[in-house]
Design a protein around this ligand. Structure first.
Ligand code: UD1
Ligand code: UDP
Length: 363
């Protein structure tokens, strides 16, 4: 039983579901919590996945407690009636943690996809760092994307025989989405001779000041450079929507869009000059696409991308963000180095490795 609820979980669970459809050893039950609605449905539609259960929980401006308690109480009957052999959860969201504790209450083994990511900072990213740590405490089998995430799990004394290094299923997903002859309406509104920056930003810890500071910096740089445009598909969180529109409405060269379908977003990323983001998943995809990323956070649980040279942490202070943008725009050597880094997140076959690991675990 695969349980997930938000856009990034769906994108990274989708290749596993597709792999199960082709594998006689397994049957899948897909449960979506509906922590997200439109943004989750976009992914299900792109990957043609029809869930078996939909808890349909999302509320406008929902709280962490309301999502967590909603998931736990609504999963009870499903877990009791379906009695899956294993529950798979992904990553670090409220859905991930709540589904894990529900499975534990029913004494069902838990497989954690994308296990072992750590900043070791309880409040950064908040609440994701603790969601991961708590999920790993409850899990029975760990699918670590890299050896570094495996090492983090070993540091916490998880048994080595239950940890499998698989790569990240984000890279598997790119195999379904990135197309050579892709086009999108927004591209016809961007001057072909201009450099396109793709921006996304939504994290809770950035909502109290960080978002606004970054957006102001982006606005000033875009106004200073004649040949730069920004495409920003804005997360549906009301806080993010309000700040984005407050700063960018009437700025000609910043294109605000609704959240994009995965296929659209990942192909647009492939066409961008560079990316600015506080997203986790985008940090994993960019090295595969050869795109430098300015990470709009003070910490990252994706140090492999920093070591590879694709990711640069710039935080959210205006001066640092502006300096990071100008360096990439002005210094060709820095740009080339970041664009040519090697993807550290696997070969695009993580889903098959995860299924083999589950088979091995039960044997
Ligand atoms: C959640 C995850 C975060 C992940 C992000 C991916 C937690 C605690 N946070 O944060 O780890 O990075 O998803 O995007 O689990 N909304 C809609 N429609 C949608 C989705 C969201 O309107 O399809 C609005 C709703 O008003 C909702 C708000 O966004 O209340 C916030 O959604 P929520 O899932 O609570 O937080 P995210 O910031 O999306
Ligand atoms: N993404 C998308 N449409 C968008 C923005 C992002 O499909 O408009 C994809 C992106 O390719 C990545 C994932 O969503 O796979 C990242 O999700 P998000 O930033 O919401 O969450 P995080 O990864 O930070 O948890």
């Amino acid at each position: 039983m695969l349980i997930f609820g938000t856009r990034p979980e769906a994108i990274k669970m989708a290749p596993i579901i597709k792999a199960i459809y082709k594998d006689d050893r397994f049957e899948s039950v897909v449960v979506i919590t509906g922590q997200h609605r439109e943004m989750l449905d976009q992914v299900l539609s792109d990957f043609k996945i029809v869930p078996d259960y939909d808890l349909n929980l999302m509320k406008t401006s929902q709280t962490l407690s309301s999502i967590t308690t909603g998931v736990i109480s609504n999963l009870d009957n499903i877990l009791k009636n379906d009695e899956p052999d294993i529950v798979l959860v992904h990553g670090d969201t409220a859905t991930t943690f709540a589904a894990s504790i529900s499975a534990f209450y029913h004494q069902i083994p838990i497989g954690h996809v994308e296990a072992g990511l750590r900043t070791w900072n309880k409040y950064s990213p908040f609440p994701e760092e603790m969601n991961r740590q708590l999920t790993d405490t409850l899990a029975d089998i760990y699918f670590a994307p890299t050896t570094q995430s495996k090492d983090n799990l070993l540091l916490e004394n998880h048994a080595e025989e239950n940890i499998y290094v698989t790569g990240n299923t984000a890279i598997d997903a790119l195999r379904y989405t990135v197309q050579r002859d892709y086009n999108h309406a927004v591209l016809s509104n961007v001057d072909k001779n201009h450099r396109l920056i793709l921006l996304t930003m939504h994290r809770r810890e950035n909502q109290d000041g960080g978002l606004k500071d970054v957006f102001q910096s982006v606005k000033h740089v875009v106004q200073e450079y004649d040949d730069v445009e920004v495409v920003f598909p804005v997360h549906l969180s009301p806080v993010v929507q309000n700040i984005a529109h407050e700063v960018f409405d009437n700025v000609d060269k910043v294109h605000l869009l609704p959240p994009l379908n995965t296929i659209d977003f990942q192909n647009l990323a492939a066409k961008s000059y560079f990316i600015m983001t506080d997203s986790g998943g985008v940090q994993e995809e960019a090295p595969s696409l050869g795109k430098p990323v300015l990470v709009l956070r003070d910490t990252t649980e994706r140090p492999e991308g920093v070591a590879a040279g694709t990711l640069k942490l710039v935080g959210t202070h205006a001066d640092n963000v502006t300096e990071g943008m100008k360096l990439l725009l002005d210094d060709v050597d820095t740009y080339q180095k970041m664009a040519q880094a090697k993807n550290p997140y696997g070969d695009g076959n993580a889903s098959e490795k995860i299924l083999d690991a589950i088979h091995h675990y039960f044997e």
